[in-house]
Design a protein around this ligand. Sequence first.
Ligand code: EPZ
Length: 429
Amino acid sequence: MEKILIRGGKPLYGTIEIDGMKNAALPIVFATLLVPGKCHIDNLPAVRDIALSLQILETLGAKVEMTGPNSVEIDATNAIATLPPAELTRKMRASYYLLGAGLGRFGSAIVGYPGGCDFGKRPIDQHVKGFEALGATVDESSDGLLTAKVGEQGLRSGNIFFDVVSVGATLNVMMAAVTAPGQTIIENAAREPHIVDLANFLNTCGARISGAGTDTIKIKGVSELHGCTYAIIPDMIEAGTYMVAVAAASGQVKINNVIPKHLESVTAKLEEMGVSVEELDDAVVVTRTEPLQRCNIKTLPYPGFPTDMQPQFCALFCLAEGVCHLTEGVWDNRFRYVDELRRLGADIEVNGKTATVNGGAPLRGTSVRAVDLRGGAAMVIAGLAAEGETIVEDIHLIARGYDNLEGKLSAVGADICRVVYPDPIIKMN
Ligand code: EPZ
């Protein structure tokens, strides 16, 4: 049983390098299925969800070769539309990108219902709506298998107006539409940087996508894609997490390999709390010397404040004197981690989609769990500021989206390490 052990109270000084963005890399890795040729992808983050996606592609017959610690060559020329093992696909949400990529390449796809973090309801009705507008049908069997297929006439272009702004549905429908004859228009599309990154990757492979990054995306179908070389954008959520870590622990850290524009909403909130953020070309320098000021946050789709930074800021709010309100505007229930923060002494009330944090009382180290990926990052951040020892359990959830979190923090002065505890001995009578 691996856990993270933190002895809080150490300020952070130095430099942290940010990896490629998990949530951009996932759709791009699955989109290589659309390409009968070799795709060389750089700046791939070495996180568990990416390793799983590569394994899933291999089960479909794609050739996957790691050409460096953060580079992979994927050749899906001989891939086929077949059911990947459920024990792989149910471990992550992103396995549903097989539906869009499979429809675009083979006209059919089958995959088990995807897993991922538990934030309450996670419907896929908008994905289905988009696929149907392209002439496909999607069925869910009683044992949870999703089957998408088109008739003999193949996919057609379509006009889709999403009822809710969905990152996954926008990416999935883009993948399906790249080879659909005619022009597909997606309206009320998500605008996240990873939408732009997938469009750029697909365009490098010969697709004709315009408008990514706005709420209207136009896709002119092409007959076939070709291989390419592509580098994933930096991970704004990984960068944001370390920015908050510095704010929590105090000190000064330069965070390299970022796109400062992607971090604007996080930067604005840190500055409101009295933390200095200096923007350089591809780095930010975060400095915290003063006590933290209170502020409020509401999460929204991009360019609003990212929901994937909500738990980390909740941990930070615990350290600011006064009352902070944190309203979740994307997910039904993303406050499961709050009980764990309370174990550290945090005073937080949750009412529906708003958490009210009465900050300022010291946090005291104890044993806590990562209930999901970003909730786990929040526990580490709280542990950096807490008095005494904090032990974070279930850290495999953190490894889904952060490579070497404890190594990167320890290199800037945190007293943090991964420890292996023996499994508890169960006494039999
Ligand atoms: C992506 O999830 C990310 N995951 C999530 O990050 C992130 O929290 C989320 O986008 C929002 O930014 C990946 O990229 C793998 P959505 P996704 O479809 O695509 C509703 C992390 O920590 N909705 O944009 O699944 C849905 O219920 C992870 O890295 C429908 O109603 O999110 C939610 O309220 C966790 N119908 C809202 O839209 C649908 O068909 C946004 O969901 C689809 C979504």
